[in-house]
Design a protein around this ligand. Sequence first.
Ligand code: ADP
Length: 467
Amino acid sequence: MGLSIYLMQKNQAISLLRRRLAYLENTIRELDEQAKLIIKSDMELKLYQQEIDDKLNKLTLIRNLIVSSIHTLDREKIFFQINEKVINDLGFKKGVILDYNNWDIKINVGFEPDEVMEIKNILQYKKDLIKETQLIRPDNENYKQLLSLLGTNEVLITPIKVRQNIYAIFLVSNLILHAEVEKPEEETLLIIGMYLSQCLDNISLFEDLYHTKDSLEKRIKERTNELVRSLRTIEVISKMKSDFISSVSHELRTPLTSVKGFSSLLVEEKFGKLPENAKERLIKIDENVDKLMEIVNALLDISRIESGRVDIKIVPAEIIRLIKDTTDFLSPQMTAKNLTLTLELPEKLNVYMDKNLIERALTNIISNAIKFTPQGGKIKIGCKKEVDKALIFISDSGYGIEKEAMDKIFQEFYRVNNPIIKGIKGSGLGLSLVKRIIETHKQKIWLESEPGKGTTFYFTLKVVQDA
Ligand code: ADP
């Protein structure tokens, strides 16, 4: 009984031990599985790490290339960047860059001279097949000869282009690490090929720009010289014209003065009484002689100012007094036409001017305002100080001037083609003289006008600044 109890207990202990053993075995197996998993993940991680490192190296390679060639403007120097280090970083032992047109060697890393000769011959022959980056493997019938020559299974080729045309071929072979070319190598070579193309494109663009700028500069120089020559010719012709007008006017003045003397005496009947019809004609002759003298004098003045023969003295002088005196002198003509005059003048203003010439200018403009304003109209004359300028204006409520005529009225002999104006006396020389006077003072003259409403002439003079 005691034995059987003992055996029972033993059996129970053994089966407990067995269960524990099975449990332990299970745990060990699980641990083993996990250990295998960990080892596998670790290996995978290492592979990923390697891939990342590889990609990073290729990125660094591209970055270094960009940094070293970004400011290069020499085509050959662009290729010098592709040295042994670049080819190795790319993952290959050997590399060559060949000119696509004359097949000159631009760069050679690691190939024997006779190998390069063979590469040249083969590529030259297959020239038209090269279009984009391509990986050449033994299954490519076209390049079997090339692979066996280089004793490799894989070769990478990329074209380098300038403005879409192939300029050079970049070939790399003999991988350093792996057995097969992988995506990163292929992509990196593609990027390098594109980058070199971009660099060459930039150089061409820069050269174009430089040549354009150069030829533009040349053309501007030529044009400027031509203009200077034309200007000189114009100056000579203009001087000849002034001299001619001046001498003709001068020659005309003496006989005209004599004609005027006699015509006045005859009109005044100093040589005896005249028949009525003869007197009428003589009055016409006398008036026309006046008109002729006016033209001759104006022409003489214009040519004198133009040729600088008149003695011009631009000195500080008081303009307000001059405006008032000129207005006073012309007031009988205003009264005769019943014109209302308004003056807008400060008390005093000193300007730089030749008093005689400015008086002539004022007389001409105010006379025009009187001539071209109908009976009962208004005239306003004023002067304002604007910073360092005196702005003088003469405004009338007269016939006004059409827009097209406004640009022309400063030309010699120009008179507005309109029946009312045609009926008013004038030579068409007054404003031409005025313009020259103001320009001699290095100042500006302009006008505003509205047909039927009136005209305002403006001109400036330089103000004498108080000390
Ligand atoms: P002239 O008065 O002797 O004809 P100007 O050279 O002084 O010559 O003037 C040229 C032309 O400009 C005049 O014939 C006239 O048609 C126009 N003109 C000048 N001043 C005025 C004015 N204040 N109002 C209207 N027309 C004018």
